[in-house]
Design a protein around this ligand. Structure first.
Ligand SMILES: Cc1cc2nc3c(=O)[nH]c(=O)nc-3n(C[C@H](O)[C@H](O)[C@H](O)COP(=O)(O)O)c2cc1C
Length: 173
């Protein structure tokens, strides 16, 4: 299968990008494409902009990435209990092409943050709303206290229990 993987963060040092990149090492029986949402930059969504200039090419490009994938792996960064503005903006533009943003694809959802909550709020938001956007969530996992549980030098989870849980959710793909 072809897996599209990305972090829902525009931070160059994104811990969710580190997590999703590590997670893809468990998917070596598949073809994985890791994309960076920074490569799909668009102005802040406005209906006025859309009326005047249409939907940006970058939104069509991202939607095509989803079309070409058999499954999707996302790791969500949490800002104030919610999506990052960068991901929400991308999502809003893509939803103007078709509200079925996830196009019926099976999905595994991850999240992490430096705190003990592990970005659980945004993960729940993404999981509970995916069906509105034709996403089929197979499994989800929040990794709490990122810096305690992940070794940034090796790019690996160092908490064996969380590592097993991660393997288990990825095995659902
Ligand atoms: C504006 C802002 C709001 C944040 N809100 C939360 C939050 O609600 N929950 C949380 O766990 N972390 C929060 N954080 C900390 C992020 O989890 C942290 O910056 C993390 O590195 C973001 O993920 P990323 O590195 O993948 O972008 C917030 C950070 C910022 C800058």
């Amino acid at each position: 299968m072809k897996i599209l993987a990305f972090a829902a963060s525009n931070s160059i040092k994104s811990i969710n990008k580190a997590l999703v990149t590590y997670a893809t090492t468990f998917l070596d029986q598949h073809t994985v494409e890791i994309v960076d949402i920074n490569d799909h930059q668009m102005p802040i969504y406005s209906s006025d902009l859309e009326e005047a200039h249409g939907i940006p090419d970058a939104a069509y490009h991202f939607a095509r990435n989803i079309t070409e994938a058999d499954a999707i792996l996302i790791s969500f960064a949490e800002h104030n209990g919610n999506y990052t503005a960068a991901f929400k903006n991308l999502f809003d533009w893509v939803s103007r092409i078709d509200q079925k943003v996830y196009q019926g694809k099976p999905m595994v959802l991850l999240s992490t943050s430096p705190g003990p909550g592990g970005a659980k709020s945004v993960l729940a938001l993404a999981e509970n709303s995916a069906h509105f956007f034709d996403g089929k969530v197979l499994a989800s996992l929040s990794i709490p206290s990122f810096y305690d549980n992940f070794d940034q030098e090796t790019g690996k989870l160092i908490n064996a229990e969380l590592d097993e849980q991660l393997k288990a959710v990825l095995a659902k793909i």
